[in-house]
Design a protein around this ligand. Structure first.
Ligand code: ZN
Length: 518
């Protein structure tokens, strides 16, 4: 029995509570006798204690991977990217693959896709692969295309696009499924690599106050790494895994059934993709893109194909979580869930960004959960107007509309697409503004969440979305002793202060996993 006392805290929603005791990783009392014997006492120094924050959609080992490759987030032009690339080459052998992530041509002055030739000037010998910020497009150099065995007359493929020059030759930009043509040639991460990525990711997450994650696309190798850490008592975030829709990754669980009611690692969901992303015009829309009238995105599978998957997995007790961004994709996913899903399986639509008004009311009766990431909205809003056109904007990122229908909306970061800071997510959710406060009043402000709702989107709502509402998301007796402790209370008075709020302690299973330096 391990007994811990947390004292001198202000506990969220519990004005009369100043101390909480925990036993064996769970909350034991909200009015503990301070004179009792405890194995450990944590002085919260007047901190503001929230239920541990859950990131309801992110990529755990992918986040760790992103911490090791070239960070191109925030680069404002091609030149600055080439500069970062050039300095990185000095340290690595020829033929080593150079990977990077985070460019966004929508943020550049000249908003056109770059080419392989741009990269060749700096890196003729090292294969280079740089992913777009959303991970749905890739920029490769000639060396990488050569190593991938790509021929000039390569055919197009379903659910993807190869950008070509006037002569039909690939320019070096590959979108959605076409990315596989290049990534297939990159040496695979080893088990050791994935273990290291996971450790790096959880350390960062704990420092940001994250105590649980929903891992949106888990491989067999990922699970091995998570299990290894768990066996050594080194796992410091709780994981809800959504298995990749790849036979090798889900086969074992399909045969043996889902893993649930475990404190640290539950495996009871499947992650499927229906379309691409908005930034690379891969999101499947009912009407063409306003700024590209010949394009309306990609659909990766038919309603029938998805409904067969849903049937198979729901029947065996697995939730199905389908990536759907555009209104056409979302409609197809709802169709598939309607045909063969069970509402008790709480099937989810990941992102659910552009929702047709006729489809909004379908979510609740089908028991479908929209998993939304507030910072996607605030990152996309500078160019979303052009992509979608005026009329469709009012149905973009409809958080409040969903909430009014009584739906739980798990929030998250989709890290490494966005930085996994829950406070940035809460700020975006309540303001629909960027960090400078633009646009005034908030973008499509009618869809903002209240502060209480935004906190729910990191606590009780993701708990519901992972079937853990009886153990996660609340400070109540019997719930996991997971807490995010902040230096000040979250308040709407000056939302920008939320961004400056310090995480002072992160507590998982009754133990401190992160503590700020004073
Ligand atoms: Zn994702």
């Amino acid at each position: 029995m391990s007994k811990t006392l947390l004292k001198n805290g202000h506990f969220y929603g519990l004005p009369n509570v100043r101390a909480v005791s925990c036993e064996n990783g769970k909350i034991a009392s909200l009015s503990p006798n301070l004179k009792n014997d405890f194995d450990a006492i944590i002085d919260l120094q007047d901190g503001w204690v929230y239920p541990g924050f859950t990131d309801g959609h992110m990529h755990l080992s992918g986040l760790g991977w992103s911490l090791e490759i070239l960070d191109l987030v925030g680069t404002k032009d091609k030149r600055s990217i080439l500069k970062i690339l050039k300095s990185s080459l000095e340290k690595v052998d020829k033929d080593t693959w150079i990977q990077g992530r985070g460019w966004d041509q929508n943020d550049w002055e000249e908003q056109i896709y770059p080419t392989a030739r741009d990269l060749d000037k700096v890196s003729p010998n090292h294969p280079v692969v740089l992913r777009r910020i959303d991970g749905h497009a890739l920029w490769a150099n000639t060396k990488a295309m050569q190593l991938a065995g790509l021929e000039a007359n390569i055919k197009n493929l379903d659910g993807g696009k190869i950008i070509r020059d006037e002569k039909g030759k690939p320019t070096g930009i590959f979108i959605d499924n076409a990315m596989d043509l290049i990534t297939g040639a990159i040496p695979k991460a080893s088990e050791k690599d994935i273990l290291r990525y996971t450790k790096k990711a959880q350390t960062l997450l704990n420092s940001l106050g994250v105590t649980s994650v929903h891992d949106a696309g888990t491989s067999k190798k990922d699970i091995k790494a998570y299990q290894d850490l768990l066996d050594k008592n080194e796992l410091s975030v709780r994981i809800y895994a959504m298995l990749n829709d790849i036979r090798e990754d889900y086969e074992f669980y399909l045969e043996n059934g889902p893993v649930f009611d475990k404190p640290f690692l539950n495996i009871r969901a499947l992650k499927v993709y229906m379309d691409g992303a908005l930034g690379s015009r891969g999101a499947a829309l009912l009407e063409p893109y306003s700024d590209a009238p010949n394009e309306s995105g990609f659909i990766f599978m038919s309603d029938t194909a998805l409904s067969n998957i849903v049937k198979k997995f729901n029947n065996l007790g697995f939730q199905v979580n389908t990536h759907g961004i555009g209104d056409r994709a979302i409609r197809q996913i709802l169709n598939a869930y309607e045909i063969s899903g069970f509402s008790k399986m709480r099937n989810r639509i990941e992102h659910a960004q552009i929702v047709h008004p006729l489809d909004l009311p379908r979510f609740k009766p089908l028991g479908v959960i929209p998993a939304m990431q507030a910072t996607h909205c605030t990152s996309d809003m500078p160019w979303a107007d052009e992509r979608l056109g005026k009329e469709r904007l009012t149905r973009a990122y409809p958080w409040q509309s969903f909430s009014k229908l009584g739906l739980a909306i798990p929030g998250g970061s989709d890290a490494p697409v966005e930085y996994p800071d829950p406070l940035a997510g809460i700020y975006s959710a309540i303001t629909r503004q960027d960090k400078t406060g633009w646009p005034k009043g908030g973008w499509q402000a009618q869809e903002r969440l209240s502060l209480e709702q935004a906190i729910q989107s990191y606590t009780t709502w993701p708990a519901y979305a992972s079937f853990e509402e009886n153990v996660k998301g609340k400070i109540e007796v019997g719930y996991y002793a997971d807490f995010t402790v902040l230096g000040q209370a979250l308040s709407t008075e000056n939302p920008k202060l939320i961004l400056e709020t310090k995480v002072t302690h992160t507590i998982v299973n009754g133990k401190i996993v992160y503590r700020a330096h004073d």
